[in-house]
Design a protein around this ligand. Sequence first.
Ligand code: 13P
Length: 262
Amino acid sequence: MAIRRRIVAGNWKMNLDHAGAVALAQAVATGAHSCGDCNLILCPPSIYLEPVAQTLELTNNAGHSGVALGGQNLHDQPKGAFTGEISPTMLVDVGCTFCIVGHSERRTLFGETDSVVNTKAKAVLAAGLTPIICVGETLEERDQGRTAAVVTEQISGSLAGLSAADLAKSIIAYEPVWAIGTGKVATPEQAQEVHALIRKQLAEHADEATANQVVIQYGGSVKPENAGVLAAQPDIDGALVGGASLKAEDFLAIAEQFAHAS
Ligand code: 13P
């Protein structure tokens, strides 16, 4: 099996204030050395991207903490009359190297379809950023035995037209909607089954070597207490963490477990 990078990202969603965002970034940057080879990404609310970027630059004497910055969402156009929106180039400008696209909250609350997610993923890649492309089924879909069909459709719609090279630069996040913010984490077996399905689909979309390179994160109620068993699964390469990423010690403890599972 190919050795893939381990990547744990914190999706802060619409939480914290300026001081809280800076303090959290500082605490994560200060403790990041304990996470070994596991790469860390922080995705603050867009209004706090710049202070978090500055904090990550300034923390640690070396001049850079090694913790990367990501957006939570973006518009696909580089500039123009799109009131309230943020472009890929603006994210690059403030120091982002990643951006989440197609989070289930964007899909369900803001009407983002697979086609919108696909357009955004392409815009992210065109700007030289790495997209974290999210997919996942609802509880109803799982109960109806439609998990594989739903995720397969989301993957094929979200990745349409992406080349193997694009795919190799992308991260996929499997986030079952029923596990997000509910405290109900998928079992390692449930998550692994879907991750393996996604990797198989990536191999069909591109080729096996590319599929084996793609980092597939799990998201949905990841906590220090359950990260170890998830990290031990062969196709779970990292986590996209919501609630637990708002506490530096929990976020770092999750990343440490992914580092140790390598
Ligand atoms: P929780 O970790 O709070 O369940 O959120 C997961 C998530 O949506 C990360 O993007």
